[in-house]
Design a protein around this ligand. Structure first.
Ligand SMILES: [Zn+2]
Length: 300
């Protein structure tokens, strides 16, 4: 019997546990990024080899947007806010996070804290609704001072490059939270069981967050690494000469976070890795790394 194609996918949320924490990835959508300007110091033959071996798309890099809500039992903490629906500067394939959050049984009003890895558009613009109202009206905003100074910066508005539009959007996104901004200090505890770890380079104040519960740890890395294959195998590859504030520092940050994840047995979450972005890093004999995605399961 012929049946109509359904043409819809499951709701984009995925739940997993870490010790006593209940974590929910809430997919905001995806970017298909062209190869132009990406990994500018990559050896082309090595790039071609990895594409072939890992069966990667030839002409674009798929990047999911994977914000995560962590329920500590005491607070609901959102890590990064997605691109949201205020701008289509990176395409019209994003802005699904609030719908997925509700589908996962969480109301935006319940979010107590938003921890920002950094303030780039695909992480910060989702802080507001298209009318400028806060998407998370009861949340405090946590961000490093260095990132705030770089992106929530009116001086950028007169620039002649992409930073003008990025800052304009970020300034609008953080506007409703201005009275509730907390500056995170890398290397220090943000809240009990949560430590900030500097991965500066992609942005000036980029920060990863390590959560610990019942002896288990996970690090939410934002996009210190953009790609699940290229970055662990070649942490020395720069992401982009424009979009990285300091490409060399960004590459060193990748190597540092991979080493830390392996040495301290910390589970790894990549904001732009294939949904839901959760897995483990291992070290190869030559000192480079591999990312092993955790299989998605209906079990909790
Ligand atoms: Zn990003």
């Amino acid at each position: 019997m012929a049946a109509a194609l359904q043409k819809i996918q499951n709701a984009g949320w995925y739940r997993f546990k870490l010790g006593a924490l209940e974590c929910t990835v809430v997919w905001d959508g995806y970017i298909h990024h062209g190869y132009d300007g990406i990994f500018p110091n990559a050896e082309p033959s090595e790039m071609a080899r990895l594409k072939r071996e890992w069966r990667l798309p030839e002409d674009h890099i798929p990047m999911d947007l994977n914000p995560v809500v962590v329920n500590t039992g005491d607070k609901l903490i959102l890590i990064d806010a997605g691109m949201g629906r205020t701008s289509t500067m990176f395409g019209a394939t994003m802005g699904h996070m609030l719908a997925n959050l509700r589908a996962a049984g969480i109301a935006p009003e319940q979010i107590d804290i938003v921890l920002m890895t950094h303030l780039h558009p695909d992480h910060s613009f989702g802080l507001i609704n298209p009318d400028g109202s806060p998407a998370f009206p009861n949340a405090d905003l946590y961000v490093t001072k260095a990132d705030w100074a770089e992106w929530a910066n009116e001086a950028n508005l007169v620039r002649n490059d992409f930073k003008a539009a990025w800052s304009q959007g970020t300034l609008a996104a953080v506007a409703p939270y201005r009275e509730r901004v907390h500056f995170v200090v890398p290397g220090e505890a943000v809240l009990p069981g949560i430590t900030a770890f500097s991965v500066a380079g992609h942005s000036a104040g980029q920060c990863a967050y390590i959560f610990e519960s019942e002896g288990q740890k996970i690090v939410f890395t934002g996009d210190v690494a953009h790609h699940q294959v290229f970055d662990p195998i070649h942490p020395e590859w720069f992401f982009h000469m424009d979009y990285d504030t300091n490409p060399k520092q960004g590459a060193a940050a990748k190597a540092a976070i991979f080493a830390k994840a392996v040495d301290e047995e910390i589970r790894f979450h990549g904001y732009h890795f294939p949904y839901p972005g959760l897995g483990d890093i291992t070290r190869q004999p030559d000192g480079t790394y591999l990312f092993h995605p955790q299989p998605v399961t209906p079990r909790l």
